[in-house]
Design a binder for this molecule. Structure first.
Ligand code: FA5
Length: 352
């Protein structure tokens, strides 16, 4: 028959051994291990009551409360020590001093895509002149992309843009009604309808064309639309904006020319060219042998378009300007194929 004093000794031994270990524990992990060693499935406290059956009844009545008290004390001791460990590590965190001067600073890999960086620079430039950003949809209707811009159905000027139409069976629109915008000029009439002059707005984003691809033509590319409408706006403002933009992005030495170009939504219309930096005007495959690289189309907004936007052309005049982001980047960074921008070639992208 098991003796009461033997069971008491056992309990006391567990208590002294574990109290010591609990008070010496330095981490929460050590305390978790001690908790499991006592109260886990095979823990000493969990298993001990199995031996109580060997005790006579009157001794069992004495050992029962003793056991419960020990169990309670050990449980409390672990919880108190846990709290102390937490407080110690918090105090260490708030008082410990790190010497950042000797810390190893690892180089950062990756950066924003050069097109995104260029767009941010350009937005900053025009915000300084009071232009605000405007969003227009990339999937748009024929009406905003062409009709309201003075290019009605069947107009020969539609051939200037190789358009990608959206399958009518998938959308419920009529054939030819829904398309991927060919230019950011789809923002023009929306801007006029949403704001009253004086208007200074810029709209930037992707355009899509069913193009013959070459060094200066992509099927997917970014354009930048500027719309400036007020009393007395003239081609002089356009000339100034072109120089301001190209000199501040490409460089002070860039040579720019404006030449007459037909667009149905402006009158007069111009093409804006930068001298080809690859052949210095001699003519090469990048500029198509002309010596100049066209970077933008622009002009005075056509009175019909102003009227479509609800603006009286007798009172107000405006300029619209549509530079291609990729073409200007070619001049700024000196790469000779616009298709590099979408290839995702890390060797090319790491140069920026
Ligand atoms: C237009 O898209 C007119 N919306 C521009 C405009 C705006 C005219 C406002 C008048 C008033 P165009 O198709 O010429 O015009 O394109 C303008 C510029 O976008 C080009 O000068 C070129 O820089 C760029 N661009 C055009 N097509 C491509 C292409 N396939 N790949 C890359 N850039 C292109």
């Amino acid at each position: 028959m098991l003796k009461l004093n033997t069971m008491e000794e056992k309990l006391n031994k567990i208590k002294t051994d574990y109290f010591l270990n609990i008070n010496q524990a330095k981490t929460l992990k050590e305390l978790d291990e001690l908790f499991l060693a006592l109260f886990g499935k095979n823990g000493v406290i969990t298993l001990l009551p199995k031996e109580f059956g060997k005790l006579p009844m009157e001794e069992l009545q004495k050992i029962g409360p003793l056991f419960n008290q020990t169990k309670h004390e050990l449980d409390n001791a672990i919880e108190n020590r846990r709290q102390a460990v937490r407080e110690e590590s918090y105090a260490k965190l708030t008082t410990e001093k790190y010497d950042l001067g000797t810390a190893e600073i690892k180089p950062r890999h990756g950066h924003l895509h050069p097109t995104t960086q260029f767009i941010q620079e350009t937005v900053d430039l025009f915000e300084k002149l009071g232009f605000q950003q405007f969003d227009a949809p990339q999937i748009d209707t024929d009406e905003y992309n062409f009709g309201l811009l003075n290019i009605p159905e069947g107009h020969p000027a539609r051939d200037l843009w190789d358009t990608l139409y959206i399958d009518p069976q998938k959308t419920g629109y009529s054939p030819g009604e829904l398309l991927l915008r060919t230019h950011t000029s789809n923002a023009q009439v929306r801007i006029m309808r949403d704001f009253t002059p004086p208007i200074r707005m810029m709209s930037i984003g992707r355009c899509y064309r069913y193009e013959n691809l070459d060094a200066r033509h992509e099927h997917t590319f970014e354009q930048f639309e500027l719309v400036y409408i007020d009393k007395g706006v003239s081609m002089t403002n356009l000339q100034y904006l072109s120089e301001y933009f190209l000199q501040n992005t490409v460089g002070k030495d860039i040579k720019v020319r404006l030449r007459p170009k037909y667009y149905p939504f402006v009158e007069p219309g111009v093409g804006i060219d930068g001298l080809c930096i690859f052949c210095h005007g001699q003519g090469c495959k990048v500029c198509g042998g002309t010596g100049w690289l066209e970077v933008a189309g622009a002009g005075m907004i056509h009175p019909t378009v102003l009227k479509n936007g609800g603006i009286n052309p007798e009172i107000y005049s405006g300029i619209a300007w549509g530079p291609g982001v990729g073409r200007i980047m070619m001049l700024k960074y000196g790469f000779d194929d616009i298709r590099e921008l979408l290839k995702g070639d890390l060797k090319f992208l790491e140069k920026f």
